[in-house]
Design a protein around this ligand. Structure first.
Ligand code: ATP
Ligand code: MG
Ligand code: MG
Ligand code: MG
Length: 465
């Protein structure tokens, strides 16, 4: 029969072979018989490996018995089947090399005990060492690969849109301004004014809130494109859903309408849910056990059910006629708050909703006006437990209609001349959406606070490094 192949930290080894593994100690347990059991992990995968160390080892009392959570080691020995419970294989150690002790185990902030997520947040530089942040990081990685794969398989081109920009795409006034440190030495015109044509450093520039307008230029040339990059919003908010710096996935599709964008959103979400369920089953089991017992079943349900499409007007009707009392009152024309979105998705439907056709007055200038003259072809995907995770729309492709909107909103046509050109020269219906990547990670893992699904959260009071 063939020798079994064992996967340790993403490398393959034959059972019975000599192996060396490098990692950190999670726990050490000693038996009365003078054997130590080391639980070693390297963060690259969920499963740790157990090393069994006998007292005969020369550095047993000097080193092995000093090992505590967080110490780094290189362990060599034979890979064998484990007679004990809890693991299939283990290493019979013949050598334990300590790379780094933990100087003061009693005060090591990431000791092996279970820490609260708030406590971990306060130790942002050490929290990657916990099971929780290992799992978050691997799921995040899987989701981002799945997103790229999804679009690649469908022939989309990934484009990078600028981070420094002059335009406020959403018109929400939530931009961080970018300025140069060297205002004195900017190129000047003969009249002594800063010459923006030679240098943008003196121009008012901002960190991008969305790559959409730029993405449209490529969709109106390459048909199907997407962006996946960082976006910035100066929202001085303390919600569990907003960061000042977050990642957004923004597909833009040409020869397409709102229904096409909605279908793309549904297909994409199902594709990435499937990927994480199969590729990160171990981490998802951890989340189901530790964070949210529905974590796996919720995704399984999503994959097999059709997302409900609903009109904004119908949603208002439902919200006005339900038993629930809301903090923010509802009437036709208001933007929905997360309490409303969550009620609709969690209690009314019990599944994600694609809510469509919002009042034009609460939406951005670029959205396509519907025939009723009151609503625009906008959509939000509302997920149970979170609320909005995607916002999208069909874009106004008609130049006259777009100009009318720009005028109505007091926006300067000059500033949008490049955007208007897309309508002047071979205009096509096109649509797209933005998925907040951290909201997706939060939804998938069940980790409630968005600050806990990104490595270095940027939000009020969190930017120390
Ligand atoms: P919200 O209503 O929750 O403030 P929004 O309508 O302002 O979101 P959009 O402009 O539609 O957001 O952006 C598209 C997506 O980006 C949103 O659906 C959401 O998933 C995500 N997003 C928006 N703002 C933030 C933020 N501050 N932090 C993290 N994700 C965000
Ligand atoms: Mg917002
Ligand atoms: Mg919104
Ligand atoms: Mg939105």
């Amino acid at each position: 029969s063939k020798t079994p192949i064992v996967d340790i930290f993403n490398s393959k080894f034959a059972l019975g072979s000599q192996v060396t593994v490098k990692g950190w100690i999670r726990t050490r347990r000693d038996s009365k018989a003078g054997i130590s059991f080391l639980n070693i992990y390297d963060g690259s995968c969920f499963d740790p490996i157990q090393a069994v160390v006998a007292a005969e080892l020369t550095n047993y009392t000097s080193d092995v018995l000093r090992l505590s959570a967080g110490c780094s080691v290189a362990v060599t020995g034979e890979l064998v089947e484990s007679p004990g419970k809890g693991q299939q294989f283990e290493i019979q150690a013949t050598k334990v090399e300590v790379l780094g002790f933990v100087e003061d185990p009693e005060t090591y902030p990431m000791s092996a005990k279970r820490h609260s997520i708030e406590y971990m947040r306060e130790h942002a530089h050490l929290r990657p060492r916990t099971n929780m942040f290992g799992a978050v990081t691997r799921v995040r990685n899987c989701l981002s690969h799945a997103i790229h794969n999804f679009f690649y398989e469908r022939g989309f081109n990934w484009i990078s849109t600028p981070i420094i920009t002059g335009s406020d795409c959403e018109g929400a006034g939530e931009m961080f301004q970018v300025s140069t440190l060297d205002l004195e030495n900017l190129p000047r015109t003969d009249a002594g004014k800063i010459d923006y044509k030679k240098d943008f450093f003196g121009k008012e520039t901002f960190l991008t809130v969305s790559g959409q307008l730029n993405a449209e230029t490529y969709a109106c040339a390459l048909t199907n494109v997407y962006t996946f990059g960082p976006t910035f919003r100066a929202e001085n908010s303390h919600t569990t859903r907003h960061l000042a710096e977050f990642w957004m996935v923004e597909p833009e599709i040409a020869f397409a309408d709102l229904a096409d964008a909605a279908q793309l959103a549904e297909d994409m979400l199902k594709y990435v849910f499937n990927a994480v369920l199969t590729e990160r089953a171990d981490d998802m089991a951890f989340f189901a056990q530790r964070v949210d017992k529905e974590a796996i079943t919720r995704l399984q349900k999503m994959v097999s059910s059709k997302f409900v499409r609903m009109d904004y007007t119908e949603a208002i009707d439902i919200l006005q006629n339900c038993d629930k009392t809301f903090e923010y009152p509802v009437e036709w024309g208001v933007d929905l708050q997360s309490e409303h979105e969550r009620y609709l998705a969690e209690e009314h439907v019990g599944a994600p909703i694609i809510l469509q056709n919002y009042p034009k007055d609460i939406k951005a200038f670029y959205m396509k006006l519907n025939g009723d003259g009151k609503t625009v072809a906008a959509m939000d995907v509302l997920a149970p437990g979170i609320g909005e995770i995607i916002g999208g729309s069909q874009r106004e492709e008609d130049l006259a209609a777009l100009d009318k909107r720009l005028d109505e909103m007091g926006l300067d046509k000059e500033d949008y001349s490049w955007y208007r050109d897309l309508r002047k020269y071979g205009t096509v219906p096109h649509a797209g959406f933005g998925l907040g990547f951290e909201r997706l990670v939060s939804y998938v893992t069940g980790v409630q606070n968005i600050r806990d699904v990104i490595a270095f959260p940027r939000a009020p009071g969190t930017a120390e490094f």
